[in-house]
Design a binder for this molecule. Sequence first.
Ligand code: HEM
Ligand code: HEM
Length: 132
Amino acid sequence: MGWLAYAHPIFGAVVVGFVFILGHFGLRGRGSSLRCREARQLHARLGPWVCAAALLAHAGGVLMVWSVRSDLTAASSVHFRSGTLLVCLLLLLFCSRPFMHLVLVRQLHPWVGALTMLIAAAHVFFGMQLIR
Ligand code: HEM
Ligand code: HEM
């Protein structure tokens, strides 16, 4: 069943890819042209799915360590901590949804988003170190 340990890194890579696609559409959505509005709509629609997928990847990672990686201790790695931070930031961005009409929230949201993308990149780095 050793191959099962690769299910999480593969799913995790897809999730991180979608975090970047989400951020890309968000940043492309700045402006008032029709294309910007379309990108913003796509971004707002994709957001909750990416949050849900990240939560699933987080739970899946712990489950994999617990079930098939007896060489690792669950919830003790830097990758676990960066994953927790990533999920929390995504949920924070999700929670900013009802407040997007406030100028301050609209200004802060992309900065928190950029930080989220940085953490996602670091998270991949820490995850690679756990691959057997
Ligand atoms: C390219 C992306 C990723 C790679 C290469 C990766 C790699 C790994 C590896 C090798 C493990 C050990 C379990 C196993 O072998 O299946 C692991 C555990 C874990 N991963 Fe990932 N992962 C990635 C993305 C993610 C994402 C997106 C999340 C959640 C947001 C996540 C959260 C976790 C958690 C919570 C654990 C358990 C760690 C622990 O209990 O100490 N990972 N990851
Ligand atoms: C991945 C990182 C993210 C980045 C870089 C990012 C960036 C942005 C940017 C630049 C905007 C446009 C702000 C403006 O009009 O000036 C925006 C809007 C928005 N974002 Fe994000 N965002 C991210 C993640 C998320 C997540 C996870 C959600 C959760 C649902 C979300 C929901 C929204 C919503 C609802 C809007 C307003 C859309 C509209 O007015 O039609 N974003 N984001």
